[in-house]
Every structure is written in structure tokens, then in C-alpha cells.
Design a protein around this ligand. Sequence first.
Ligand code: SF4
Ligand code: SF4
Length: 150
Amino acid sequence: MEQALNKSYWKTKSLVDFSTEEWEALCDGCGKCCLHKIEYADTGEIEYTNVACTLLNENSCKCKDYTNRHKKIPDCLVITTKTINKIKWLPDTCAYKLVWEGKDLYWWHHLKSGSYQSVHDAGISVRGRTISEDEDVDLHDHIVDWIENE
Ligand code: SF4
Ligand code: SF4
């Protein structure tokens, strides 16, 4: 049976103490981490593109096969408490990054707003802004500047 999440648990618990349910619920559903990035070997600079993984549902911004994602897409990101501070390209709005840095979630996060729709209404998610990698595009033609990443 599912248990109700404690109110504001992300502010009172350490990430390492999250239950699986709390960990999964922290994702805001923005879909930004499912976009292809370009990393320049000489500078280490990273640019985002709007080219999405084949498994990203462009409307819901959720994975079409979350359970089997790592079997189907071997380089699908795995965020854990061991890897989170090593992933340079996570967007600044990513809930895992925010909580790891001791910050609060934004108002549009479903854990605050009570709705999975608010991440879309606030213009934070990738809904309506992506093209699938199945289109066989050149990533360099699809660099975008609407994802903030320090
Ligand atoms: S960027 Fe972070 S919050 Fe957004 S979908 Fe990816 S893991 Fe979830
Ligand atoms: S497999 Fe799913 S979770 Fe992983 S990058 Fe693709 S759409 Fe995102």
C-alpha cells in the first residue's frame, strides 16, 4: 500500500535518507535531462539541444518505458547520491540538484503545487519544445539557450 509522503520531507531529511518513494517523487517531470547535450572536449563547455531521447513522451515529458529504460538506453542518466555532484550538466531547476545544494523547491514543483501540471504551466518543462532523436538530426543545428545550467 502506498504511503503518503511527509509534508516538506525534502527540507527535513537528507537525500541519503530518502525512501525509494520519496526519491522518485522528487523528480519534477521537466524532461530536461532527457535531452541530448554537446560537450566540447577542449573547453569542457556543455550545450543543451532540444533533441530528445527516443523514449521521451514529448507531451507528458515522462519516459515511455521508465522501468526498462536502462536496458533500452544504456546511457540514460542515473542520479544517485553518489553521482549527483559529479553530473555537471543537470539544469539549475532540477529538484535533485536544488535539494543537494540545500535549496528549496520552486513553487511549480508538484510537491509544492499539488499538481503535475504546474511544471508545464510555468514553462519549465520541455513540453512542445523538443524533436525526437529518431528524426536523425544534427545536434549542432538544435542548440538551445532556454536551459540554465551553471
Ligand atoms: S532534470 Fe531533474 S527534475 Fe527534471 S526530469 Fe530530470 S531528474 Fe527530474
Ligand atoms: S530512457 Fe527515459 S529517462 Fe532515460 S533519457 Fe530516455 S526518456 Fe529520459
